[in-house]
Design a protein. Structure first.
Length: 273
């Protein structure tokens, strides 16, 4: 009895490589070509021709490095106290920014607020974010005088605009299901936000706030240069007196403090996810 011939399995079809549409290809060429042209145009104004001077003045760099590699911790108690003050400025600035950013973020979200509220709030946040910290700090120094409070308010103002933008984007990315479920019970719009929106965005908001706290710990140092308190003021005085050994000690304390804040923030973010 002859067995039926088993047909050989057909070879897998050879798929042709995907072909990108001409429009996408042209857009990529224009985008990256435009960036390359912009870099070429910016070469002169950015003074990149001075790059060899980094190695030409080797004697000056060697003298600077010699002092910088010998940090002077003789006033370490002052440095630590001022660094702790800088962290407190950053903490309060971030907390006040969160209080400002929560309503701004909700009002700027397209899926929560009507256009006549959302659009003006977005433009307001653009204005807030576009003003540098140092300018805002000078305004508050004029208003309230020198000291940490001016630094707190400067950080709160600028960070409020940044967090408001991030908070609104998180709200726009939520799942509509829980919100519609709350709405189906006949709840008010405020209840929809409290029970349908906030639980979904709370982990993201917390992560953004922690990241901005890390950034504000560095920004508060810069604000000290204009008299807003903290270790930045001590750093500025050391730079003006060319005491690079003291500058090195201050820089190391700032690095240690910011690194500890970063580790703590990462630990908290991991617990939230």
């Amino acid at each position: 009895m002859r067995q039926a011939a088993i047909p050989a399995s057909a070879p897998p079809p050879i798929l042709a490589p995907p072909v990108r549409p001409l429009g996408q290809w042209a857009f990529d060429v224009l985008l990256w070509g435009g960036i390359a042209i912009l870099l070429a145009i910016s070469f002169g104004p950015a003074e990149l021709s001075k790059l060899p001077k980094l190695f030409a003045n080797s004697e000056n760099m060697r003298e600077f490095g010699h002092q910088f590699l010998r940090p002077d911790f003789g006033e370490w108690k002052l440095f630590v106290a001022q660094m702790w003050l800088t962290i407190q400025i950053a903490l309060w600035g971030t907390c006040l920014a969160i209080v400002l950013a929560v309503p701004l973020g909700l009002m700027a979200a397209r899926n929560v607020s009507p256009p006549f509220i959302q659009l003006p709030v977005r433009r307001l946040m653009d204005i807030i974010r576009s003003v540098p910290d140092l300018v805002v700090g000078m305004v508050f120094i004029v208003a309230v005088g020198l000291g940490p409070f001016a630094g707190v308010m400067a950080l709160a103002f600028n960070t409020g605009g940044v967090l408001g933008k991030l908070f609104s984007e998180a709200v726009e990315a939520i799942d509509k299901g829980p919100v519609e479920g709350v709405r189906a019970t006949g709840a008010a719009p405020l209840h929809e936000i409290v029970w349908g929106v906030i639980p979904q965005v709370a982990p993201h908001w917390t992560s953004y706030a922690l990241y901005r706290f890390e950034s504000n710990s560095r920004s508060a140092t810069v604000l000290g240069l204009i008299g807003a308190g903290g270790i930045g003021q001590v750093l500025f005085d050391s730079l003006n007196s060319f005491n690079y050994s003291r500058v090195s000690a201050i820089a190391l304390i700032i690095i240690v403090a910011v690194s500890c804040i970063d580790i703590l923030s990462q630990t908290i973010r991991r617990r939230l996810t």
